[in-house]
Ligand binder design. Sequence first.
Ligand SMILES: O=C(O)CCC(=O)C(=O)O
Ligand SMILES: [Fe+2]
Length: 298
Amino acid sequence: MAFCTNMRNNDVYLYVTNRLDWGHLVTVDNFETHHFNNELYEIQNNRWDWEKRYLHVNYSQNLDTNLNVTMPCPDVFWFPMVTERFCDELVGEMENFGQWSDGTNTDPRLEGGYENVPTRDIHMRQVGMDHQWLAFLRDYVRPLQERVFLGYQHYDPRLEGGYESVPTRDIHMKQIGLEPGWLHFLQHYVQPLQQRVYEGYWNDPPRSTMNFVVRYRPDEQPFLKPHHDSSTYTINLALNRPKIDYEGGGCRFLRYNCSVQDTRKGWMLMHPGRLTHYHEGLYVTKGTRYIMISFVDP
Ligand SMILES: O=C(O)CCC(=O)C(=O)O
Ligand SMILES: [Fe+2]
């Protein structure tokens, strides 16, 4: 104000405009400099710059409910998510860290210490990116999930998580003390029927969310045998290019005999983790294939 008054008093002419973009302020407090690619970690602190660098230019098209979402296999959805730069820097971050798991069933990073379907991988937590990745899931993945898998979650205080997808007027078995008997019924009479109609499904014990980058190589771990994920839904983000960076590879859904092999760098598959989407990672015959995987229980 004093500046303006002074200018007026001295007859200095000012032309003020907000129509041109002269830039913006960057938040430099808390900028971490010990990572291999520091900007990659700025999803929360410098959102505007992060999106410009790393969010796919067509990301928001999939939030437009007038447009259809691509579905390469039944109930498998496909979204452009991140830029090539994101993919390269995430792979770089992992390769710089370098401590890929050995692909055996023993995995000291997990609570139970046991991995049923081991991959050669590095967890986001190991490179200090777990918080940033959760922000990515919350702000960019969840809106897409809510679009394609409608109706998830309504509040129900009787449930552990507090949410129920389709609320009914009901009384739980637990409320009338019949829960143990009911579990027995499920195990002995229902499960055998379920196993007949949906092959390969079991969920014992349920595990928490995991976020990791997988590396496939012909001379290391070239494929992943058929399995379910410990997730309600899984996201599978391609970090490099088929036919250029590697040969073979891709994801096959056995129930539909449907494979996605023409994956696109920076694009993400989303599919139910259990029951219907029994799947496998196809053989990589040449080069290295990288993917980013999250097991999500929304
Ligand atoms: O290779 C793929 O695309 C599938 C990977 C996968 O199923 C997993 O990591 O759980
Ligand atoms: Fe999987």
